[in-house]
Design a protein around this ligand. Structure first.
Ligand code: BEZ
Length: 250
């Protein structure tokens, strides 16, 4: 699959993604000497914070560009190119961590199987991803505009409910100890171009069938459609909802 990611743009304009991961990082509570796997580590900021706590951490990402940027950002931290649906680790880990990555994985059971196999018995799984209802306003607005223009308007993200995701975890040998779905209204970084830049970085599949020359006008229509609900106090916002899950490998 082509690498969709522009990792410098990600670090430059979308640092809110890893900055917002502070809460789930605190839940991980990495301890010195623990072996920890960070699945979908992006440009490595949270992986590096785990390393700073003295844990032996490895960051995995399926994007060549993200792994290269992570290595450049944090040369002393270990990163590897790996697909969340198929990775195999030689070692057993005390914890598997993932922030804002697993909603890109359309085959959740494959990722859950890999994470389970990487953990030692009793090891902990600490995850945050887009949950049911995530970016519902953004999706509704984009779909309305692009479908009216004759395009498919389909996204490929995975935003599971608590019931769906925890059932999958239990099916694959986890005991779920905490699950939450909560809103995280998030300010986008650029005051005027925030929504456009978010769509450029993350909009992915919505725009795959749209010629580049049609994008400008569609972006404008999407902004007009979303402004009444996602623009306030001089800023664009994303209507994120997070699914946060803690589980133990039985
Ligand atoms: C999220 O973090 O929830 C997300 C980010 C980009 C696209 C879709 C969802």
């Amino acid at each position: 699959m082509a690498d969709r990611w522009d990792s410098s743009l990600y670090d430059d304009r979308h640092s809110f993604v890893w900055k917002a991961g502070g809460g789930v990082f605190d839940l991980l509570n990495p301890q010195p000497g623990e072996r920890i796997l960070d699945v979908g580590c992006g440009t490595g900021h949270l992986t590096a914070q785990i390393a700073e706590k003295g844990a032996a951490v490895t960051g995995l990402d399926s994007s060549v560009s993200m792994v290269a940027q992570a290595r450049q950002n944090f040369p002393k931290v270990k990163f590897a190119l790996a697909d969340a649906r198929s990775f195999v680790m030689e070692d057993e880990y005390d914890a598997v961590f993932s922030n804002a990555a697993l909603h890109w994985v359309r085959e959740p059971e494959e990722a859950i199987k890999c994470m389970a196999a990487a953990l030692k018995p009793g090891g902990r799984l600490v995850l945050e991803l887009g949950g049911q209802g995530n970016i519902a306003r953004i999706c509704a607005g984009v779909e309305e505009v692009v479908r009216a223009a004759g395009y498919a308007g389909q996204h490929t993200w995975y935003f599971p409910s608590i019931a769906e995701y925890t059932a999958l975890l239990e099916k694959h040998g986890f005991m779920v100890t905490m699950a939450q779905n909560f809103p995280r209204w998030t300010k986008l970084e650029h005051p005027e171009r925030g929504m456009r830049e978010w769509l450029e970085m993350f909009g992915g599949a919505y725009f795959d069938d749209i010629p580049a020359e049609a994008r400008g006008e569609l972006d404008k229509q999407i902004e007009d459609r979303l402004r009444p609900t996602l623009w306030s106090d001089g800023q664009w916002h994303a209507d994120y909802r997070r699914l946060r899950v803690l589980a133990e490998k039985s």
